[in-house]
Design a protein around this ligand. Structure first.
Ligand code: G6P
Length: 477
């Protein structure tokens, strides 16, 4: 039996079991920002990571990978359909991203969510050492804090929510809205990306459960307190800066530019193929700039990396069709034999190749309609070691709170976005440098290490308070 002082619980393990094209089963880094954010911290602590290996019906014993103790949770094909693709990604994901796509509410998906959350909670409760710490991550596991608290009242529990938390008017749609709030309130600290997310959560708790609240804390009738606060997540900047200096990667960036016919300007978009990312809006703006002759394909090339994601969920299938139709039309209308308008890559790439693309890109387009943080924006900034390059950034991302020197856009405003792209293309070097310098300072100072330290410090304080008597209530535990 594995026990650990510090237990991470996340839907995915940091590595996924996948079938390679030759039929061999291999381990690959999992998709998404969560793993990228937590992996570096986990290498430095004595801990364990409870999560799913990304394939159905895999019964695996705990094992070590890259110095991290991994404890796999098995999901059946039906769990994947109902808990992961269903409730997590077709109910909560669209609801919490302001209903950009219509959320589906199905009772059997909720039942699966409860039972899979229980499996994760049981595994965490069996792993945590006496008085240890359990840190639960993200919207797939919102019931786990309360379930762990019931099984193991001795442990300290943190929860971090990587995606937005919606305003009450939208949240109230959820048929299981009270159960989810109670699930989260099992934690001593509930962390969010932006102050507004924390405020939305606190307001939902006050309105739905009637608990006593202040701006950043909730007191339950038994006197137990939960803190709810913003802890904006970041990246491990070191590897990005190192790769950006490597001669072979710089040479690869030059090769990428040559491969596009040496345009004056390269625009880059890098996203999971997700309807929250504003990929269609960005493509539309670029297409109209070409239609109107404000730019030409010889001058301005656009690379769009869209890594495959949640491909069996209807809304994602439709998005893929729409994006590919739009790109096909634009390329058909504007390509020449020597130049492609949009170089579209429906693939994931290793970090080395991503950094080469970041280095090649004069303008990075992050136009999400809603995004908890957006770590791609921070990765781009971290790699721009010469302080050149322009970030066009949606105001609906968490990152826009911090990266104030980006060219800010409202992605719903196509005209505004077209003007912003032109501003970015034409921005003088000195201005690029002034803006990038200040954004780099922010990202390098507030890296993922600073993020996890500030969350864990808040958690330690909350745990210490939990063991102190609350005035007028006797001992609260
Ligand atoms: C976002 C979520 C993560 C999730 C990732 C990849 O970053 O916040 O929790 O892991 O997307 O999505 P997937 O469904 O492939 O895990």
């Amino acid at each position: 039996m594995v026990t650990a002082e510090f237990v991470i619980v996340a839907n995915r393990l940091p590595v996924d079991r996948v079938i390679a094209p030759d039929g061999e089963e291999i381990w690959r880094t999992s998709p998404g920002g969560l793993v990228a954010a937590l992996e570096p911290m986990m290498r430095n602590v004595d801990g364990a990571w409870v999560g799913w290996a990304g394939m159905p019906d895999l019964e695996l014993s705990p094992f070590d990978a890259d110095g991290i103790r991994l404890i796999p949770v098995t999901l059946s094909e039906q769990d994947i359909e109902q808990y992961y693709e269903g409730f997590a990604n077709d109910t909560i994901w669209p609801l919490y991203h302001d209903v950009i796509a219509p959320p589906q509410y199905h009772r059997e998906w909720w039942d699966a969510y409860v039972s899979v959350n229980r499996r994760f909670a049981e595994s965490a409760a069996a792993t945590a050492a006496r008085n240890g710490t359990v840190w639960v991550h993200d919207y797939q596991l919102q019931l786990v804090p309360e379930m762990v608290r019931e099984l193991r009242p001795d442990v300290t529990i943190g929860y971090f929510h990587h995606i937005p938390f919606p305003a009450h008017g939208l949240y109230a749609q959820l048929p299981w809205r009270d159960q989810v709030l109670r699930g989260l309130l099992g934690a001593d600290v509930v962390g969010f990306q932006r102050p507004q997310d924390a405020a939305n959560f606190v307001a939902a708790v006050r309105r739905r459960l009637g608990h006593e609240t202040t701006a950043n804390s909730i007191t339950q009738p038994d006197g137990r307190r939960t803190q709810a606060k913003a802890f904006p997540i970041s990246i491990d900047t070191g590897p990005y800066r190192e790769l950006a200096r490597r001669p072979d990667i710089r040479a690869r960036a030059v090769e990428i530019r040559e491969g596009l016919g040496n345009p004056r300007c390269i625009l880059l978009g890098v996203d999971r193929l997700d309807y929250t990312k504003g990929i269609r809006h960005r493509i539309k703006a670029y297409g109209e700039l070409l239609d109107q002759g404000r730019i030409s394909v010889e001058d301005v090339a656009f690379i769009q990396v869209a890594s495959p994601s949640r491909a069996r969920v209807d809304a994602y299938m439709h998005l893929r069709d729409e994006v590919e139709l739009a790109i096909g039309r634009i390329n058909g209308d504007h390509d020449t034999l020597g130049h492609t308008a949009i170089r579209y890559l429906h693939q994931g790439f290793p970090r080395e190749e991503m950094v080469a693309m970041y280095l090649a890109a004069d303008v990075m387009l992050v136009t999400a309609l809603r995004d908890g943080m957006n770590l791609v924006a921070k990765e781009y900034v971290a790699t721009r070691i010469d302080n050149r390059g322009v970030l066009v950034l949606s105001e609906f991302t968490g990152a826009s709170d911090e990266l104030r020197q980006a060219v800010r856009v409202n992605p719903h405003d196509i005209e505004g976005m077209k003007d912003a792209i032109i501003t970015a293309i034409e921005m003088p070097r000195e201005e690029q440098s002034r803006r990038m310098r200040s954004m780099r300072k922010r990202v390098l100072e507030h890296d993922v290490d600073a993020w996890s330290r500030s969350f864990l410090t808040a958690l330690e304080r909350a745990a210490a308070q939990r063991h102190q008597p609350v005035p007028g209530q006797g001992a609260a535990s």
